[in-house]
Design a protein. Sequence first.
Length: 91
Amino acid sequence: MRLPFKGRNAFAFLFGRSKSDEVLAQYVIREHRRGRPLADVLEDVYVRNRSTPEQRARLLERPDVVAAIGRQSVADTKATVAGGDRRPTAA
């Protein structure tokens, strides 16, 4: 009898991230490091065409994205996205 998940957890697909999620996270981090505001990066055609609003919200929950971009930037962007206000909050 062959096991289809040889060497892998059979339920890994439930908790793993997709390749597209990884690519989006890398893109957002790279563009932010180039000096672009996070809100602008999330409004890119590239990001919007490859993700749903829910996926973009999950992107802001990823520890690697939060660590790379900074907690305050992520918090400001979440407030902007949730409230529809384009101005970041004062720190």
